[in-house]
Design a protein around this ligand. Structure first.
Ligand SMILES: [Zn+2]
Length: 314
């Protein structure tokens, strides 16, 4: 009995201590994995980085778990895109003091880089049974493309902002944070050059992507997408859109259609069936990549390889 009680006590105090340690411990919490790639490079060797969205979940329809809310509350720095992307944490983010929050969409220099999002899908959803149409989020989503982590330029601006905030929170680590930022910028510049070289020959090759996520990457590297199946991967593309895509595939305007690791919808295969188009995969969240100093450049390189492996040839 005594033994059992002692164990229980030990477990309890460990839990309490653990909780306290977590609060005291400096930590960066990011909403999505690619933001974790950027943050973990800057915080490397200084403080741990944690990502909310689990691998395989969608950035468009996640729900915070109670443990996520706690992680946000205990964080020393929260890094997210903004309410038009991660609607699932908009309320929790509001409760975080402004000096502990980096909002990608609101950073200096980012506003002028924002790209309009496609809202052409709206027409496909005007059926009477379409519930999503009532949601404001969906309409907001169409104003700008909020997949900002796919812009190497915005990634660099974000790294600077995270660096500056961390220096405020942990001035004693300034030297290490400065060195990390410098290393990140150098490594990003190298990856950017390499990806640019790899993708340059693919200019003019048409393709369709599953969801409208890649605009910043495509613009930056001069790729030539023909369109997307859907704006929000949770919403099935409409019949008219599918017909338009099918027509272009039959007319051999496209080399590839890209699905995603999380979304391999039958609809993409059905549209491509009987045409000569190839199927590829693009991973906009880098789910197989581990956080660390080189993870963001690795993410760019992986995405580049995914484009190349489907679009090259012929
Ligand atoms: Zn998306």
């Amino acid at each position: 009995m005594l033994h059992k009680n002692t164990l229980l006590c030990a477990a309890l105090s460990a839990a309490l201590l653990g909780g306290a340690a977590q609060t005291a411990n400096a930590a960066v919490v990011t909403s999505l994995k690619p933001l974790g790639f950027i943050a973990s490079a800057i915080a490397d060797g200084v403080t741990p980085t944690d990502v909310l969205l689990p691998d395989g979940a969608s950035e468009h329809d996640y729900s915070l778990r109670p443990s996520d809310v706690k992680r946000l509350q205990n964080a020393d720095l929260v890094f997210w895109v903004g309410p038009d992307m991660e609607a699932f944490m908009a309320k929790s983010a509001q409760q975080i003091p402004a000096d502990k929050r980096v909002t990608m969409a609101e950073l200096d220099g980012v506003k002028t880089l924002l790209m309009k999002g496609a809202d052409d899908d709206e027409h496909d959803h005007e059926g009477p049974s379409h519930e999503e149409e009532k949601s404001d989020e969906h309409h907001h989503h169409g104003d700008y493309n909020m997949h900002l982590w796919l812009s190497p330029e915005i990634a660099r601006l974000s790294a600077v902002a995270i660096h500056d905030k961390l220096v405020e929170v942990m001035p004693q680590s300034r030297a290490k944070l400065d060195a990390n930022l410098q290393a990140f910028e150098a490594s990003l510049a190298r990856a950017d050059k390499q990806v640019g070289d790899e993708l340059a020959p693919l200019k003019g090759k048409g393709y369709f992507v599953f969801h409208d996520a890649y605009g910043y990457f495509e613009k930056h590297y001069g790729l030539t997408p023909l369109g997307h199946f859907t704006v929000n991967p949770e919403i099935q593309p409409g019949a008219q859109r599918l017909h338009e895509i099918r027509t272009q595939l039959v007319e051999q305007k496209a080399t590839c259609v890209f699905a995603e690791p999380q979304f391999r919808p039958a609809v993409v295969e059905a549209v491509a069936r009987g045409t000569s188009v190839r199927m590829g995969t693009l991973d906009p969240l880098g789910i197989s990549i581990k956080l660390g100093k080189e993870s963001y450049p690795q993410f760019l390189a992986q995405l580049s390889n995914q484009y190349v492996s489907c679009l090259k040839g012929e």
